[in-house]
Design a protein around this ligand. Structure first.
Ligand code: NAP
Length: 290
């Protein structure tokens, strides 16, 4: 890890709240070292009320780019100069490039989710799937599923029912996908809905470090061995949600593959170089295991 910063060191970072769970500084700073790039990645804890000021600060300080995480991925869009076609279609941004004060937004979560699910295409295509959550992460999941996996129907389950309804309208308009059904957490028929789903994706922040005993659902008999259950949360590696699904026989996927793959695309956007993915993956496993 870099021990000296210079006048010419290029600063990049992460804005979010909370950010104690993040492994992104480890991933990017290691990759910068491996590629011998004079870059440094810093996490900034920015609550929603400070987003606008934080962006002004980033521009004023000449920070060259940044990742965006919970809860800013949707609200950041209005503060950017440009948004890629893909990020505009998702309605969320997780990576920003600062080109001399001109901020361009991208969504590399889509690539991360695509790489994570690419071996499960036959399980998903033409089948019913469920997503828990309706924030920036859920938007990227829904976009990726509609565009690349073509499920027959998507159930969106969210604490705030209106936000799930807003996603239904959004994807109906943007992607002409009308097979979205919305649920609030938790109507009594959710067990049936989950049982009918071949893929269930958890895309809320519940269960994330430091609140690892929490879960959005703890229903008996919601999962089965015919299902793939995927949690976007990567810290802890096995959330309470994944433990419940695994005990009921489901095949589980944690958020680490998505994290590393989205990071590799952000790295490319900032540096123009390829992240040494296998090396970073091995080191992250050792780091998390330690
Ligand atoms: P976000 O835009 O802030 O959305 C948060 C979501 O969580 C909303 O659906 C919100 O519901 C729900 N939520 C928050 N607190 C809740 C609670 N106490 N009970 C029930 N629902 C609750 O966040 P995001 O960007 O989508 O991120 C969501 C999670 O996915 C985070 O843990 C993030 O780290 C993870 N993620 C991981 C990756 C990866 O690379 N592995 C990529 C993207 C996201 P309401 O609408 O009701 O507020």
């Amino acid at each position: 890890m870099k021990d000296t910063l210079h006048m010419n060191t290029v600063l990049v970072g992460l804005i979010g709240h909370p950010i104690k769970q993040t492994y992104s500084p480890f991933i990017h700073n290691l990759a910068f070292d491996l590629n011998k790039l004079d870059y440094f990645y810093l996490p900034f804890d920015v609550p929603a009320s400070n987003l606008r000021n934080a962006i002004k600060g980033i521009v004023a300080l000449g920070i060259a780019g940044f990742n965006v995480t919970i809860p800013h991925k949707v609200n950041i869009i209005q503060l950017l100069n440009n948004v890629s076609d893909e990020a505009a279609a998702v309605g969320a941004v997780n990576t920003v490039v600062n080109d001399l004060g001109k901020l361009s937004g991208y969504n590399t979560d889509v690539y991360g989710i695509l790489k994570t699910l690419e071996n499960y295409k036959s399980t998903i295509t033409g089948q019913e799937v469920s997503i828990i959550g309706a924030g920036g992460g859920a938007r990227a999941v829904i976009y990726t599923l509609i565009r690349y996996f073509k499920p027959s129907k998507i159930n969106v389950v969210n604490r705030t029912g209106q936000k799930a309804e807003a996603l239904k309208s959004y994807f109906s308009e943007k992607m002409k996908f009308d097979e979205i059904k919305c649920f609030e957490l938790f109507p009594s028929n959710l067990v049936d809905t989950f049982q009918q789903s071949k893929l269930i994706v958890h895309a809320t922040s519940v269960g994330m470090y430091t609140e690892t005993d929490d879960t959005t659902i703890s229903l008996d008999k919601s999962f089965s061995k015919e299902q793939v259950v995927y949690d976007l949360v990567y810290n802890p590696i096995k959330t309470k949600f994944l433990s419940i699904a695994s005990k009921q026989g489901a095949q589980i996927i944690n958020g680490i593959p998505t994290l590393i793959n989205q990071a590799s695309k952000s790295f490319e956007l900032w540096t123009g170089e390829t992240m040494p993915l296998e090396n970073v993956k091995r080191s992250l496993e050792l780091f998390i295991g330690s």
